[in-house]
Ligand binder design. Structure first.
Ligand SMILES: C[S@@+](CC[C@H](N)C(=O)[O-])C[C@H]1O[C@@H](n2cnc3c(N)ncnc32)[C@H](O)[C@@H]1O
Length: 326
């Protein structure tokens, strides 16, 4: 859950605090993976194992988050038969490229964007660990491979260091590495927009809608932040000098959906994670619920009610993207 990933002072150090959330997310994912919530042989190459156990409700929240994003992403890949692009914005140390490679369903090109400092760390790990670099090279052809401290560009995988608040810079970078606006494109923002001011996230969403005629935008982040539990979350964070610049856009499922519809998308859905948790394949949910004893079921429910997944589509090629759901 993003509750463990929220730092930031709102001053000069705010970006540094936002960058730090990337480790928090990956460490929590690695911990849940080590207990058996889901499988990911690659994350261990990016982050250390957590020193302390994470609470069961946190692990279940991460499980729901990862399953939900994967299900929507995989549905898009299926609809487009992988003739598409993925752009993971604020990807951090995400390992989805390697999962898709192993499952033999890579898109034509998989792009990731994050701050240059995060990208430099990710590329350093990739360069120094054959388990990470070999799949990239295996998917590469004879064309030249670019790999320097702030960029990796191969045939199927590209990592770009850029600030998502600077759209001309973002677009120029993506185009330099052969982004094709005519190809169906899915953008994934997993716990990222909440760290940008509402007008900045709205501009990113609008840019995506106006750039790609056939596209989907998947957004996972906080919701219901205006109710008592949400306010307490925000207050606790503020007491620790933490600031979520985009919290205003996280007031309700409606505000989440409106942001997508008001910024150029044709259809949009927003579900709280409690609903999603109940819609995930229940055999697997029963399996993970046996992994750890959960004392406070209400706490899990409250947490799940304060995160959501939203997705929006534009369907220039009439691929039936609006039908994608859980
Ligand atoms: C909470 S982490 C999530 C990482 C990854 N999406 C995941 O779920 O594992 C948020 C990420 O968004 C990135 N990010 C936030 N604002 C950004 C911006 N303006 N430009 C580029 N990256 C940004 C951070 O550096 C960080 O890696």
């Amino acid at each position: 859950m993003a509750g463990t990933e929220s730092r930031g002072s709102g001053t000069d150090t705010a970006d540094e605090a936002v960058r730090a959330t990337c480790d928090d997310a990956s460490i929590c994912k690695r911990f849940a993976i080590s207990i058996g919530y889901w499988t990911d042989p690659y994350i261990q190459h990016f982050v250390r194992q957590a020193k302390e156990r994470k609470a069961p409700e946190i692990n279940r929240g991460y499980y729901a988050r990862v399953q939900a994003v994967n299900q929507l992403l995989d549905a898009f890949l299926e609809r487009t038969e992988c003739n598409c692009q993925v752009i993971n914005v604020g990807a951090g140390l995400d390992t989805t490229f390697w999962r898709l490679k192993d499952e033999n369903r890579l898109p034509r090109k998989y792009f990731e964007v994050d701050f240059p400092m995060i990208v430099a760390r990710k590329i350093h790990h990739i360069k120094s660990k054959p388990s990470l670099s070999k799949p990239i090279l295996d998917a590469h052809s004879d064309q030249s491979l670019i790999i320097n401290s702030h960029t990796l560009d191969s045939c199927r995988y590209c990592i770009i260091g850029a600030d998502l608040r600077n759209l001309p810079g973002l677009e120029a970078n993506l185009k330099k590495f052969n982004l094709d606006p005519q190809l169906p494109t899915v953008l994934v923002a997993e716990c990222v927009l909440v760290y940008m001011r509402p007008e900045q996230s709205a501009s990113l969403i609008k840019w995506a809608a106006s750039t790609f005629p056939t596209a989907m935008f998947i957004n996972y982040e906080q919701v219901n932040m205006g109710d008592r539990f949400g306010q307490i979350m925000v207050e606790n964070l503020q007491r620790r000098q933490c600031n979520l610049a985009g919290v205003e856009a996280c007031q309700s499922l409606e505000s989440q959906r409106d942001r997508l519809l008001l910024n150029g998308w044709e259809s949009a859905t927003a579900l709280d994670m409690m609903k999603v948790y109940c819609s995930l394949p229940q055999d697997d949910v029963r399996r993970i619920e046996k992994l750890e004893f959960l004392d406070e079921k209400e706490l899990l429910e409250q947490l799940l009610l304060h995160y959501c997944i939203c997705w929006a589509t534009k369907d220039g090629q009439k691929l039936g993207l609006a039908e994608i759901s859980f």
